[in-house]
Unconditional design. Structure first.
Lengths: 71, 630
């Protein structure tokens, strides 16, 4: 499943760092955090998509406290 | 302005007022019992310092806990604490305030820029009016519309999904997609493209695609992903940023320790080292360079050109050779009768009538152009139905009307049937000789017309730094030569099969001097060449999936002048990105040197950090100010 969310991310550098960390989560097939468009795209396994999404937000916030995702 | 930004602004203003009050009391010597002693004075200045910067300090600690050392907050915190320790609490508070003001302004500017860029691409429909079976209309999310549903598009609304007009008549505005300002008419049976704005009429359309596959969704997806394909410049900045911060931090540590050991004046050198830390963030570059490319892509889509990645802007700016297909790209792509030269005593009507009769059944482009000319010029005459036609391969046609024979074809057909014809010399045209029985009626000249704006576009390409323009065509040598001369292209290669074109492209790729090679094609037949070239440019992309897939740059309509225009935008983008790099690094290097010498204080350092970032962002936004040049 692939979904796109609006997100808040303050700098291009942090976006890259957050994206890198989210890509390392188990079950994540593809992810991108786009600073310019402020979009967060997540592609992950269907059956536990919601858990992965939550984990991704948690990981992102740890690296960049300003990282917010609008559901 | 978002609520978050507003809240921050209030906090910054609050801290600023407190700071100014304290500063006035201090400098006017109203409370000497506090400010004459070091620690009480420091404590007072800590109030505005903490109000302004507590979030920075929090982030710094969070960063340490999560192993994200050397981020901006951490460095600012260390620098300001260093200032406090060395007895410059006043300066620490001021610098933290100035830093926060700069950061705030930077965020505001980025937000505004992002908004103006996304406004350029404001083509996404918010809703669709779905017509239900009982005839009532319901507003739904475009993503929920199924293929075959009937949608109502009211005047002024965006067409939500690609579809076919069932009923209604209107003029639709495609400017947001193609940059073309003249509205296009839509009648029953016409295909309409999502993202266009409906004019005055009410349209009922049948959805032919789901939203995800519709033009508008595909274009948005493309533009959004474009920023993910990074240019060399952006990659350079990312790599540079990774090295720059640690390097400056190491320099700061060395600056704090080594001279202090020699001279013994620790306070002076620790303070100077702190100014280094303030300058050590590369944010001016990290933000403004991608922003410049994003703005460039935005400006290009505003003028009807989709650039599929920042890297392609870089290649476009440095194009050396441009190879173009002829038919359909430089020329209209449809053949038309340009001249009829009747033999003595024959009317042009008779020549055309016989030719149209013979060509009546054929789907060959030449036949179609002859029939079109007949219907155009003599609309009141009956549509011709032909009789028996014999196809003579490589020569032409022989048709039978009653007992009479009509010959339509090239010179060889005439010679083989001993018809006394007069050869016509016109290198650019295809010539059809027409005869009835043994009598020669005359030739019909058929030509593919060069696009009106093609010559100007090629001139504009040269002005924009393209050294060599090459035309490839499957047509005959003499047709190719005539078009090449008319347009002023540098070279042409004729009689090329599709695979020859790719080979020729490979050869040209090895011949280019500096820069890159672009290929212009229609995206349908030229997919291999489009992907082989450094930059594949497809014409007439709207509605054509093949073109959008194969090319790197898509011209939404088939207007050639958009190519020099997008090259100009690309060159401007690169220029602005370079200006930012030189300016930001220059100022930083200067302040680093002055800081080490003790000439520039923390104030100058904060300017070199956030001030420069804001200036670079504003510089990047100039790309959007430029008036449309097409």
């Amino acid at each position: 499943m692939k979904k796109k969310y609006k997100c808040e991310i303050d700098c291009a550098n942090c976006a890259a760092k957050v994206q890198e960390a989210i890509l390392k989560i188990d079950g994540v097939q593809d992810a991108s955090v786009n600073f310019m468009t402020q979009k967060f795209k997540l592609e992950a396994d269907d059956d536990c998509f919601d858990e992965i999404l939550k984990e991704a937000v948690r990981v992102g916030k740890r690296i960049e406290p300003d990282f917010e995702v609008e559901f | 302005m978002s609520t978050k930004l507003k809240k921050e602004l209030r906090r910054i203003i609050c801290a600023l007022i407190i700071f100014l009050v304290i500063l006035v009391i201090h400098k006017a010597n109203l409370m000497p019992f506090i400010f004459d002693r070091r620690w009480p004075a420091t404590a007072v200045y800590l109030v505005p310092y903490l109000i302004a910067g507590y979030d920075v300090i929090c982030k710094a600690f969070l960063g340490i806990i999560h192993g994200q050392m050397l981020d901006e907050s951490f460095l600012m915190t260390i620098a300001s604490i260093g200032a406090i320790v060395t007895g410059e609490a006043e300066e620490a508070a001021a610098v933290m305030l100035f830093y926060q003001i700069g950061e705030w302004f930077q965020r505001y500017a980025v937000g505004q820029s992002r908004k103006s860029i996304s406004d350029l691409m404001d083509i996404a429909p918010d809703y669709a009016n779905l017509e239900l079976e009982d005839g009532s209309v319901e507003e739904v999310d475009p993503e929920d519309v199924e293929i075959g549903s009937v949608l109502v598009v009211k005047p002024g609304e965006k067409i939500p999904i690609d579809g076919t007009v069932l009923s209604g008549e209107s003029m639709i505005n495609t400017a947001a997609l193609t940059g073309e300002s003249v509205p296009r008419s839509a009648h029953e049976g016409d295909q309409v493209i999502s993202g266009c704005i409906n004019g005055d009429g009410l349209l009922r359309i049948r959805a032919e695609k789901v939203y995800e596959d519709s033009t508008v969704a595909r274009i948005l997806e493309l533009v959004e992903n474009a920023t993910e394909k990074k240019s060399h410049t952006e990659n350079f900045i990312t790599r540079f940023a990774r090295v720059y911060t640690p390097a400056v931090v190491i320099a700061a540590v060395l600056l704090a320790v080594i001279p202090s050991l020699i001279t013994g004046s620790w306070i002076t050198w620790i303070y100077r080292a702190c100014t280094f830390l303030v300058i050590s963030c590369p944010c001016a570059l990290v933000i403004s360079i991608p922003l410049a490319f994003f703005a460039g892509i935005g400006a290009a889509s505003k003028s009807g050109v989709l650039v599929k990645g920042s890297n392609y802007l870089e290649l476009l700016a440095d194009l050396d050779t441009l190879v173009s297909d002829k038919t359909g790209t430089l020329t209209e792509g449809n053949f038309a009768v340009s001249e009829i030269i009747p033999a003595d005593g024959v009317s042009p009507e008779a020549v055309l009538r016989d030719a149209a009769l013979a060509e009546g059944m054929s789907t060959h482009p030449i036949a179609v152009s002859i029939r079109d000319a007949w219907e155009d010029r003599y609309p009141d005459h009956d549509v011709l139905s032909n009789t028996d036609v014999e196809n003579v391969p490589g020569q032409g046609l022989i048709a039978k009307e009653g007992n009479e024979l009509i010959f339509v074809g090239n010179g060889r057909l005439m010679e083989n049937h001993a018809i006394p014809y007069r050869p016509v010399r016109d290198s650019a045209a295809t010539i059809c000789y027409v005869a009835r029985n043994g009598d020669y009626l005359g030739p019909i000249l058929i030509q593919d017309r060069v696009k009106n704006d093609a010559k100007g576009a090629i001139r504009a390409l040269k002005e924009n730094g393209v050294r060599r323009v090459v035309m490839l065509t499957g047509d005959h040598e003499n047709v190719g030569r005539a078009v090449a001369e008319q347009l002023g292209v540098d070279e042409f290669y004729a009689e090329m099969l599709p695979q020859d074109k790719v080979e020729k492209l490979e050869e040209l790729l090895t011949q280019k001097e500096n820069g890159y090679l672009g290929f212009i094609g229609d995206g349908i037949n030229d997919a291999p060449s489009l992907s082989r070239a450094d930059v594949g440019i497809a014409m007439g992309g709207v509605g054509s999936d093949a073109a959008i897939e194969a090319a790197d740059v898509v011209i939404m309509d088939d207007s050639l002048p958009r190519i020099p225009a997008v090259i100009a935008i690309a060159r401007r983008t690169i220029r602005i990105a370079r200006q930012n790099i030189v300016f930001a690094l220059g100022v930083k290097a200067l302040i680093l040197i002055l800081g080490a010498l003790g000439i520039a204080g923390m104030w100058a350092a904060v300017f070199a950090d956030v001030g420069v970032a804001v200036l670079c962002i504003l510089n990047s936004m100039r790309l959007l100010l430029h008036k449309k040049t097409i």
